[in-house]
Write a protein that binds this ligand. Structure first.
Ligand SMILES: CCCCCCCCCCCCC/C=C/C(=O)SCCNC(=O)CCNC(=O)[C@H](O)C(C)(C)COP(=O)(O)OP(=O)(O)OC[C@H]1O[C@@H](n2cnc3c(N)ncnc32)[C@H](O)[C@@H]1OP(=O)(O)O
Length: 355
């Protein structure tokens, strides 16, 4: 008599799993006939003791010749990736065959398992395509330190000016330059890195807005205040420095937190809102400084351009500055638009994340 072992089965959309209940299986002979019939023969310990056991299964649909088998766990590849209503072609289930409930999944669960597997594969392939930047830590460390130094510098200026304002009142307006210029020079020279950083791809800032910001401030600081002693004790210096440092004591800590992937809602709001009143006020204060410097440049002839005798002696630098005044309002327009877009992008993105 031919002895048949108990066989347990389960399926997925791609595979058929068969578990043959035989221990110490030896001389295994498993083959596939006509792409749909599995022939099994093995020596082993089954329900009827040590014997040779055999069975054959004619599958409902064709399967592929490649099958994997570990001990007597057999995995057979379906030719077409779909769900079968039953395992065998014959409707009546062979007596030795039973569902493998350890592996059993119904069609919808198997579909979900398949989707999860595909998603995992896609995720892994996307992750392996987006190569991790080996210098990311170094770049973040550098940006963090840069922002920290700027934050400390501008905080020092802001606190110094505020304390002096409280103690001396309006008198403090007149010596702002002498008490804070060295630190402002240092911070604004460092700020040149803000133009270099986007060029090196270290930050996503646009080159033009950064250039306008840094160049605009440096013209005021080094050319108007730095080179004209008569400008240094004017109250306008106080307003320019105070407006600059007010935004920076929020902007730099915001960047520092961004470097360590942290966010404080209030700080983000201040970074993306304070510029609305401060930027136009800052440009107006700078424009006042430029206008006040025009007669001084005319008088001192500093930076004047030598001209041929027929055209007069020289062209006063105040003409260049009048042109610069026009540029300032163009710069204000470009950066105001840039900051407005950044603000909208920030809050649109956040809203999307919430929903
Ligand atoms: C061609 C030259 C012509 C010259 C002509 C001159 C004309 C000049 C006229 C204008 C004069 C202006 C003078 C200035 C006056 C004042 O400042 S008044 C005071 C008020 N001022 C302000 O409010 C402006 C403050 N400045 C800025 O906001 C910037 O300098 C900016 C360049 C104008 C805009 O900043 P930007 O970086 O583009 O925006 P963010 O959204 O903050 O950053 C974008 C992303 O990049 C990340 N990032 C940027 N820098 C850093 C950094 N240092 N460290 C870490 N990360 C950084 C930031 O986190 C953002 O990332 P995401 O959030 O992931 O997008």
């Amino acid at each position: 008599a031919i002895l048949t072992p108990h066989v347990y089965w389960a399926q997925r959309h791609r595979d058929i799993y068969l578990r043959v209940e035989l221990s110490d299986a030896k001389n295994l002979d498993i083959s596939l006939q006509d792409n749909n019939t599995l022939l099994f023969r093995a020596q082993g310990h089954g329900a009827k003791g040590d014997n040779e056991y055999r069975f054959s299964l004619e599958f409902l649909e064709p399967v592929r010749p490649e099958s994997t088998q570990r001990q007597v766990d057999i995995k057979i590849k379906k030719q077409e990736e779909r769900w079968w209503g039953r395992l065998t072609l014959q409707e009546k289930k062979p007596l030795f065959l039973a569902p493998d409930f350890d592996r059993w999944l119904d069609e919808s669960d198997a579909e979900m398992e398949l989707q999860a597997k595909e998603e995992k594969i896609n995720r892994i392939s996307v992750e392996s395509r987006v190569r991790k930047d080996p210098y990311l830590g170094l770049k973040k460390g550098y940006l963090f330190m840069y922002n920290l130094v700027q934050f400390l510098g501008f905080s020092w200026i802001f606190v110094n000016m505020t304390v002096r304002l409280f103690i001396l009142g309006q008198d403090s307006f007149y010596d702002t330059f002498h008490t804070t210029a060295d630190m402002m020079y240092f911070c604004q020279m460092m700020a040149v890195l803000e133009v270099i950083n986007p060029l090196l791809g270290l930050v996503k800032t646009g080159f033009l807005p950064a250039m306008i910001q840094v160049a605009g401030r440096n013209v005021i600081l080094f050319v108007i205040f730095g080179s004209l002693e008569d400008m240094q004790n004017k109250p306008v210096v106080f307003f320019v420095f105070y407006l600059w440092s007010t935004i920076e004591i929020f902007r730099y800590p915001f960047y520092m937190l961004a470097c360590i992937s942290t966010e404080w809602k209030l700080l983000t709001w201040l970074r993306y809102s304070l510029w609305i009143p401060l930027y136009p006020l800052g440009v107006v204060a700078e424009a006042v400084a430029v206008i006040q410097s025009l007669p001084i440049f005319d008088e001192t002839r500093l930076f004047s351009l030598p001209l041929p005798a027929v055209l007069g002696h020289s062209l006063s630098f105040s003409f260049t500055l009048q042109l610069y005044l026009v540029l300032m309002f163009l710069g204000l327009f470009i950066n105001f638009r840039h900051l407005y877009k950044q603000r909208r992008r920030r809050y649109r993105l956040k809203k999307r994340k919430v929903h």
